[in-house]
Design a protein around this ligand. Structure first.
Ligand SMILES: [Mg+2]
Length: 182
């Protein structure tokens, strides 16, 4: 029997993009926004009047993606899951400059997953797998397998009944090992 495949998104699932993005924004605009304040996907409306859509320019800086903190529990749980499942990282780079830093970040923090399992695409429906873990609801909608929504302030009002909501990696581990028997 083939091993089941799990697709894992990067930003907001294993890489804490918002903490670093907010740190830079708060410093530049003398603001005090916190991760829990970012309650929408396109959150420029929450920023200082002088910032607004300029908030997305931070994503053009490859250095931003190079040093993101790892989301708590993700390394340990993915390492454990990788013994029973085939893990693929599947991420949508904001622009081409971000591919290399994202690749290096994965090598540094998840070196135990082979690099031929890194997928860079804007259309995650190309992923053929059994589970997909993502914090962006629209990435899950077109997926054919089991859709796991990684909780974030920006998706907390999403109540799509097709999604399994996970608050953290401990819950993902519990769900996946309960769903599968070996
Ligand atoms: Mg994401």
């Amino acid at each position: 029997m083939r091993r089941k495949r799990i697709g894992v998104d990067m930003d907001g699932v294993v890489a804490d993009l918002h903490s670093e993005w907010l740190k830079r924004y708060n410093y530049d605009y003398n603001d005090n926004l916190k991760s829990e304040d970012v309650t929408m996907w396109n959150w420029h409306k929450l920023t200082h009047p002088n910032c607004q859509e300029k908030i997305y320019e931070y994503l053009d800086d490859p250095g931003l993606f190079e040093n993101l903190p790892v989301i708590k529990g993700s390394q340990e749980v993915i390492e454990e899951l990788s013994r029973s499942f085939d893990i693929y990282f599947i991420t949508s780079p904001f622009n081409l400059n971000n591919i290399a830093p994202k690749y290096r970040w994965l090598k540094k923090n998840f070196g135990f997953i082979a690099e031929d399992r890194y997928i860079f695409t804007r259309d995650k429906s190309v992923f053929y797998g059994d589970y997909l873990i993502d914090d962006k609801p629209s990435n899950l909608v077109g997926f054919q397998g089991i859709k796991i929504l990684y909780s974030a302030p920006h998706n907390k009002h999403n109540d799509n009944s097709e999604f399994i909501r996970a608050e953290n990696w401990r819950e993902i581990k519990r769900f996946l090992f309960k769903s599968e028997t070996y």
